[in-house]
Design a protein around this ligand. Structure first.
Ligand code: RIB
Ligand code: CA
Length: 302
């Protein structure tokens, strides 16, 4: 019996791949998607999600638009990595699908009341989740599991210490961490194991049908960006790793029970995930790359 999934996303390139995985994996029944500003502006994120759902035959899945900016600080975007629209060089057909009238916190609360025990997968900053906890505290008991792509335990990808999703809204992360929601954290280090070149990606997702081809087209912007910046064409599928953990925990090679705190200082450490005393958080250490690739092949080539 598939688990109800709600995806909270700042739909950029890797988010789009993760959403495609959830739509086509037997373990998940996607009952809704909430959007917010992150990689690109909220309006682009919402458009990307609506057009992606329509393009893949899932236009009936409701989309709820959320936060236009972080709780306190100004928005930081990542258009360099994801392109001006958020989907790199890919121009999906304009679907005309619109988000629901309800905003993301209201939509999330309604979906969790209807589907208690649902899995929520957070692929962007945690602003929507934090606001929803504030407005609808009952969701803390209704969420079955909150799987978060975020944090860096050794080296950040935006600053020396901070990963993008946590850096984008540290106060939101702090509020979520201080709630009693059962969280699984998939930090940047665990995602970096998914590093692939064009040939490895083609092998993993194939182009037997258009969703595999779409994944390769989506990643092309990142390959070109990495080649220009680092001299090597590679991609790291961060959100797809977090989604894989939510869909099938057997892709996890190692994990530990720990606790992280968010650095909220206005110093170079801001947004850093600081290991702390105590436990209660399921923190993923390493990915089983072979199992991850098998899951991609199962989803994209079967
Ligand atoms: O640091 C990687 C994360 O930031 C991913 O979720 C990516 O989509 C960006 O949001
Ligand atoms: Ca993301």
């Amino acid at each position: 019996m598939p688990t109800p999934f709600i995806i909270d996303t700042d739909c950029g390139i890797d988010d789009a791949v993760a959403i495609l995985m959830a739509l086509h994996h037997p373990a998940a029944h996607v009952v809704g998607i909430t959007t917010l500003s992150g990689n690109v502006k909220r309006e682009n994120v919402t458009r990307n999600v609506c057009d992606l759902l329509a393009y893949t035959g899932y236009a009936d899945i409701p989309v709820f638009e959320g936060a236009s900016r972080p709780l306190l600080q100004d928005a930081v975007l990542a258009t360099n990595i994801h392109g001006p629209t958020g989907l790199g060089t890919v121009d999906l057909p304009e679907s005309g699908k619109a988000p629901e009238a309800e905003n993301a916190p209201a939509g999330l609360a309604r979906l969790l009341a209807k589907h208690p025990g649902a899995t929520v997968v957070a692929l962007g900053p945690l602003t929507n989740i934090a606001i929803t906890i504030n407005l609808y505290p009952e969701i803390v008991r209704q969420i079955g599991s909150l799987v978060i792509m975020g944090g860096a335990l050794e080296k950040g990808n935006v600053t020396r210490f901070a990963e993008f999703n946590f850096f984008a809204d540290p106060e939101a992360v702090d509020l979520v961490f201080r709630s009693d929601i059962p969280v699984t954290i998939v930090p940047w280090e665990a995602c970096m194991a998914s590093r692939m070149n064009r040939e490895q990606l083609a092998q993993a997702v194939g182009n037997t049908d258009r969703k595999g081809k779409l994944v390769q087209d989506l990643q092309e912007w990142i390959f070109r960006y990495m080649e220009q910046r680092y001299g090597e064409a590679f991609t790291a599928l961060a959100d797809p790793v977090a989604m894989a953990v939510a869909l099938d925990p057997s892709v996890v090679w190692s994990r530990h029970d720990g606790r992280l705190k968010m650095d909220l200082s206005h110093t170079a450490l801001r947004g850093a995930s600081v290991p702390w005393d105590g436990g209660g958080m399921n923190i993923i250490n390493e990915l089983d790359m072979e199992a991850f690739v098998s899951l991609l092949q199962e989803v994209f080539t079967s």
